[in-house]
Design a protein around this ligand. Structure first.
Ligand SMILES: Cc1cc2nc3c(=O)[nH]c(=O)nc-3n(C[C@H](O)[C@H](O)[C@H](O)COP(=O)(O)OP(=O)(O)OC[C@H]3O[C@@H](n4cnc5c(N)ncnc54)[C@H](O)[C@@H]3O)c2cc1C
Length: 399
């Protein structure tokens, strides 16, 4: 075994939440090491949309103008039932610095944060898997890390495997687990991650399409079914269609045109080509707690939900802000537990609301039947959380 480092915080996972956490810890003057088991960040734009609240957070670390330059502003979210427009939210009606949602591929966000980290002389340790934690000592934790190497095996079928070429131990005050929905840190800490709602399966497509409405995203809702349309840069767009079970065949341009005819007749186009298509399963899960002792979670490691409003990643960025502040305060304060307990209870409460697990969303009166019928179904579709989400829901007559 080689190497033994000491640091304040080990961040596990260099997705958007882990990268942002590492940057905030560095800004707070803490020592941080960040590890990711993969060879690089994401190359596709999974989560597409940055909320106004995320832009405000990213503004505090000097990233908002670069992001806005590369992204596309969306000022309105319209709701349809098949071809009929039923309601809309004006996303610009927010008394804030960035009154819109910004469509921007997740990989651009990750690259920009990684560049900022490099400016601070912090390098992501790609190809390093945090395999286990030694939690014996109450004052510190030891992360057991494997450095991975890819080897090509040419016979009988060419494929690549990962070999462990080095193991190392890093001693830290805290572990920040931002290691995604399959989180190993969550499992090592013994935290349950139960299903709280039915799994959602989505067929998603990216293709070229003339804008149906300027700076407008659209959600077509029916009972048990959400179909989403988000315009992207360069005349491209993404459409996602919720399906009851995994289709037998890979979704292609024929599938896309069938979905458009049956579910989103407001769309008058018949695309001839798709650039990208996929089938994604979104479990809807919530961690029973967001951490314990020296191991704390943020982002998809603690929650997964419908992708329609990109809430998992965006709320994850807020969690990164809260958790890194809590860690900085605890270290300055002699490892007080109080801040972590507050973090846990606030996070669980917010996610119970976002997932609609508690009673709470009521019509404020005066809205039509359709809005009342969809009710809580709007929440995961709206690109916002916290007070911004309340402001937007109020436009639908919901509170
Ligand atoms: C196919 C797909 C499509 C999606 N589409 C959408 C969408 O349309 N809209 C939307 O809002 N969201 C979408 N998402 C979800 C979105 O990508 C996540 O919400 C977001 O990436 C969460 O960020 P995160 O940093 O919490 O976790 P992640 O981005 O999952 O990052 C976790 C990181 O941890 C690393 N890691 C895991 N285990 C270890 C370990 N033991 N040691 C070291 N590193 C480790 C992983 O390699 C990964 O880089 C999609 C996700 C997928 C996979």
């Amino acid at each position: 075994m080689l190497g033994k480092k000491k640091t304040d915080v080990v961040v596990v996972g260099a997705g958007p939440v882990g990268l942002f956490s590492a940057l905030l810890l560095a800004e707070a003057g803490l020592k941080v090491e960040i590890y990711d088991k993969d060879w690089r960040g994401s190359i596709h734009s999974y989560a597409l949309t940055l909320h106004s609240g995320s832009l405000r957070l990213l503004n505090q670390v000097g990233l908002s103008s670069e992001l806005i330059k590369r992204g596309r502003r969306i000022g309105r979210l319209a709701f349809y039932e098949k071809g009929e427009r039923m309601a809309e939210i004006d996303l610009t009606k927010l008394d804030e610095l960035f009154p819109y949602a910004l469509v921007l591929p997740q990989c651009h966000l990750e690259n920009l944060i990684e560049d900022k980290l490099k400016e601070k002389k912090i390098r992501v340790h790609w190809n390093h898997r945090v395999q286990d934690l030694d939690l014996q000592n109450k004052d510190r934790v030891i992360a057991k890390i494997e450095r991975l190497e890819k080897v090509s095996l040419g016979y009988p079928i060419a494929h690549q495997e990962q070999l462990v070429n080095k193991t190392l131990e890093v001693e830290a005050k805290y572990i920040l687990g931002a290691d995604g929905c399959l989180s190993r840190m969550r499992r090592v800490a013994g935290i349950e991650f139960p299903d709280v709602l039915e799994k959602m399966i989505l067929c998603a497509f990216e293709f070229q399409m003339e804008e149906p409405g300027k700076e407008e995203a659209r959600i077509t809702l029916a009972p048990g079914e959400a179909n989403v349309f988000w315009p992207m840069a360069d005349g491209r767009c993404r459409m996602g269609f919720q399906v009851p079970k995994e289709p037998a065949d890979w979704p292609d341009v024929g599938t896309l045109n069938r979905f458009i005819q049956e579910r989103t007749p407001w769309c008058r186009e018949a695309p001839e080509e798709v650039y990208w298509s996929t089938i994604v399963h979104f479990d809807r899960r919530l961690a029973e707690r967001f951490g314990e002792g020296r191991v704390w979670l943020a982002g998809d490691a603690a929650h997964v939900t419908s992708p329609a409003g990109s809430q998992s990643m965006n709320v994850g960025l807020r969690e990164a802000r809260d958790l890194t502040q809590t860690m900085a305060d605890a270290l300055a304060d002699g490892d007080s537990e109080t801040g972590f307990q507050k973090y846990n209870s606030k996070r669980v409460a917010e996610w119970r609301q976002l997932l609609g697990l508690d009673e709470g969303l009521v019509t404020a009166g005066g809205n039509d039947d359709w809005i009342g019928k969809i009710g809580p179904g709007f929440v995961p579709c709206i690109p916002a959380s916290g007070p911004d989400l309340e402001t937007y829901l109020a436009q639908l007559g919901l509170r």
